[in-house]
Design a protein around this ligand. Structure first.
Ligand SMILES: *[C@@H]1O[C@H](CO)[C@@H](O)[C@H](O)[C@H]1NC(C)=O
Ligand SMILES: *[C@@H]1O[C@H](CO)[C@@H](O)[C@H](O)[C@H]1NC(C)=O
Ligand SMILES: *[C@@H]1O[C@H](CO)[C@@H](O)[C@H](O)[C@H]1NC(C)=O
Ligand SMILES: *[C@@H]1O[C@H](CO)[C@@H](O)[C@H](O)[C@H]1NC(C)=O
Ligand SMILES: *[C@@H]1O[C@H](CO)[C@@H](O)[C@H](O)[C@H]1NC(C)=O
Length: 730
């Protein structure tokens, strides 16, 4: 045992806390400094993480500069890995100050575990992008940075001398930390290298913890360790000032445990963050086996994304998380106005495109149930589609199409043609499921089909309605996984790789799943399919309530909604918007609420208008959207939830553009309502005054902000009307 008594100095808070990163641009560079030969300090002015590199590597401080406090409660191992059933610490420092309940920095005793992976060196570089993307594509903000600005720190470790299995001596591990500029956001991941020579001795990675942090409250959910109360992503982050997620759609676990070590300190119970990979995984095998892709010599884990929100205010947490999405998945801000077209006959196609041009739509999507077949290999069919797409391109319209990439034939009537040999196998029954295994030959086949179809036709958007959904596959004969244990890892990885490849060639991706960090653009905003079969007005109100709630979770451009111009699941004439001229008030509300929230809807039908009034309504709201697009796709501050008992309202905010705010106000009732509406303007970045333009009309009216940065607008709304206010600096 290496034992070292050190005095970890208290950081004296001399400087003022940094400005609010949600309303100010913070240009401070991310730096890695070494104040003495045993310490590294990674900081961006908002977050500071301090490491020891001797006697081994480990985090000894993790600070929020805006809150002016440390998260840490105890110094523990940096990460863990389990190889062939043997668990090893990475770094493996432990630092006690007599108790684990709090870190008494007056006296910390550091102990280094000789059986842990040992620090060998570190290096720094710029962050790299997981796929090619250009800011500004499809009306996304041109100001995004891709890859994000920041600093990547790589720390290398070798196996300890005391490995329990000889081949483990040839394993080396790296930990990666990436801290970004101007935001309290960091990511961390692990890579593993295995340099064995013949004879081949495969090693299995049974489990790993990428992050292991003994934190103090409130940097943990209110109810950590007990059965969680998730309000999002199933991670149960309620109340935690440290928000944590992974970059994976499936199989990863972010968990705050009750620290067992604290049990040894009677009277204390404190949270411990662990990020574990895949229930029972990753389960991958490492070995140098030429030509077998499912054996690895280099393994990269998922990324843990950590955000210091320093609050449990729901709006602020949501706005902070949205900055993480915009930073690390900036393509989710692409926002073409699309038409989900159901009449794909050659004349239907041309008519649809012509209507789109008339009203200003931008993307044509061959809808489900339209007969479109991306998996077709018929050259006549491909020629016909190419001719259609050429026509659309000549009018400035992009074209996309629908496919159930991973769901088996017969699924909802639209399934793919997956061969039986590629079915996923249920591990308990050993029988095929209704899905393809995405780590079988089906992956090669569907990737080839999609790439070829896109190349032959000029399609530039895919609606992949059945991506890999998270199940295991027990087959032992599939090309891209070895058995049940590594099947989630490989299927998730290959689905991500397909999306990255598509994104590299600038394809827009709708995916009812969370592959955002692998290139997915949009997911269903969060709705019950049956709400679109409700009578139109019920549908509109329920859907506006849903968007109001779901925009705490997603940025507006990250989710889609639905407008059943023709019948969707059912509901008949009462639910569908056709005939549009007859249902013109409801049709206008649909555009006003979706475009007003900045949320794309699948306007699904044969036509976008069927007379002059419906054409005028669509043109009016599409023009409005295009004129105020920059603020409409910005984040939402929630003002009053739609409940049919009063007006309802939201406020788009963006402190970094001229249009600082745009409030959408809806009166869905049958009453004329006079109200003083309070708009909280803090997140517009305005401090003392604002000029507000009702429906964009000059002249604007000057307002002084109250002490809490709000203004009160006096307004009178006629029954079933919509109005809006544009907010600018004075
Ligand atoms: C760090 O190490 C170098 C070389 O070993 C030595 O010259 C220097 O004085 C050390 N600095 C500190 C602050 O200990
Ligand atoms: C903190 O550590 C110092 C030095 O060992 C000790 O004197 C003191 O009692 C400790 N305080 C608490 C509250 O643990
Ligand atoms: C493995 O791949 C190499 C190069 O791609 C090839 O020459 C060799 O024949 C392959 N071996 C087997 C067993 O398939
Ligand atoms: C199809 O692939 C060829 C060969 O790589 C390339 O030259 C061509 O531009 C591609 N066409 C489209 C529409 O992507
Ligand atoms: C709005 O506020 C003004 C000033 O406080 C007050 O006179 C007026 O009655 C209020 N209007 C409504 C509809 O509450």
């Amino acid at each position: 045992m290496m034992l070292l008594l050190i005095f970890l100095s208290l950081v004296l808070i001399s400087s003022a806390s940094p400005p609010d990163w949600l309303i100010e641009t913070i240009e401070t560079d991310v730096t890695l400094t070494s104040p003495d030969n045993s310490t590294l300090v990674l900081s961006n002015g908002l977050v500071t993480r301090q490491f020891l590199i001797s006697p081994n590597f480990g985090t000894v401080d993790y600070r929020s500069e805006s809150a002016g406090r440390s998260l840490l409660r105890y110094i523990g191992t940096e990460a863990t890995i389990t190889l062939d059933g043997q668990q090893y610490n990475i770094g493996g420092l432990s630092g006690s100050s007599g108790t684990h309940a709090y870190l008494n920095r007056s006296s910390v005793q550091i102990v280094a575990d000789p059986n842990a992976f040992q620090y060998t060196g570190h290096s720094q570089s710029d962050p790299t992008a997981p796929f090619h993307w250009e800011p500004g594509i499809r009306f996304s903000p041109k100001t995004s940075n891709w890859p994000p600005k920041g600093l990547h720190l790589q720390v290398d470790f070798k196996a300890p001398a005391s490995v329990k299995v000889p081949s483990h001596g040839q394993v080396s591990v790296s930990l990666h930390y990436e801290l970004y500029q101007g935001v309290p956001i960091m990511s961390k991941w692990m890579s593993v290298q295995y340099s064995n020579t013949t004879p081949v001795a495969p090693i299995k990675i049974n489990a790993l913890n990428v992050e292991y942090l003994a934190v103090q409250k409130p940097y943990a959910p209110w109810n950590y360790g007990s059965s969680p109360h998730p309000w999002d992503m199933g991670t149960g982050m309620t109340g935690s000032w440290l928000y944590v997620e992974t970059d994976q759609a499936h199989g990863t676990v972010v968990q705050f445990n009750s620290d067992p070590a604290v049990g040894a300190s009677p009277g204390a119970s404190e949270p411990l963050l662990v990020c574990t990979y895949y229930q029972g995984g990753p389960g991958v095998l490492m070995a140098n086996v030429p030509n077998v892709s499912s054996y690895l010599t280099q393994f990269d884990s998922f990324r843990v994304l950590e955000l210091l929100t320093d609050t449990d205010d729901r709006e602020r947490v949501a706005l902070s998380r949205h900055r993480m999405t915009r930073l690390l998945a900036p393509h989710t801000q692409e926002n073409p106005i699309f038409f989900h077209a159901t009449d794909n006959s050659p004349t239907g196609f041309q008519n649809g495109v012509n209507q789109m041009v008339d009203v200003g739509f931008e993307m044509y999507i061959y809808s489900f149930g339209s007969g479109f077949n991306m998996e077709s290999t018929s050259s006549d069919y491909i020629k016909q589609i190419k001719a259609n797409i050429d026509y659309a391109h000549s009018k400035g319209i992009e074209v996309g199409g629908y496919d159930l990439i991973c769901l088996e034939k017969g699924h909802g009537g639209y399934g793919g043609n997956v061969g039986d040999q590629w079915d996923a196998i249920d591990p308990s029954s050993q029988k095929p499921t209704a899905n393809a295994c995405f780590a079988s030959g089906w992956y090669d086949k569907i990737s080839g089909i999609m790439t070829n179809f896109i190349n032959q036709t000029g399609l530039s958007m895919v609606e992949t309605d059945g991506p890999y959904g998270g199940e295991t596959c027990a087959s032992t004969t599939h090309d891209h996984h070895i058995g049940n244990d590594d099947s989630i890892y490989w299927q998730t990885r290959l689905q991500g790789e397909l999306y990255k490849t598509l994104k590299d060639s600038n394809v827009f991706i709708n995916q009812p799943d969370n592959f955002f960090y692998q290139g997915g653009n949009k997911v269903g905003m969060g709705y019950n399919e049956n709400q679109y079969s409700l009578p139109r007005r019920q549908d509109l109100l329920v859907s506006r309530q849903g968007m109001y709630d779901d925009t705490y979770h997603f940025i507006p451009t990250q989710g889609w909604m639905f407008v059943p111009i023709v019948d969707y699941h059912g509901g008949g004439a009462a639910a569908m918007f056709e005939p549009l001229e007859t249902n013109i008030l409801d049709y206008e509300w649909a555009f006003a609420q979706y475009l007003g929230y900045g949320v794309a809807a699948c306007y699904r039908g044969n036509v976008l208008y069927d007379g002059p009034n419906s054409k005028a309504v669509v043109t009016k709201w599409v023009s409005f959207y295009k004129k105020y697009r920059d603020i409409l796709i910005s984040d939402i501050v929630h003002v009053r939830r739609p409940d049919m008992q009063d007006i309802d309202a939201i406020l788009h905010v963006n402190p970094f553009i001229d249009n600082r705010g745009l409030a959408m106000v809806y009166n869905p009732t049958l009453y004329t309502l006079s109200r003083n509406l309070t708009l909280p303007l803090y997140y517009t970045g305005l401090k003392t005054s604002a000029t507000i333009y009702q429906e964009g009309q000059e002249p604007g009216q000057a307002y002084n902000l109250e002490q809490d940065y709000s203004v009160s607008l006096s307004l009178k709304m006629e029954p079933q009307t919509i109005t809006w206010f544009l907010i600018k600096a004075t």
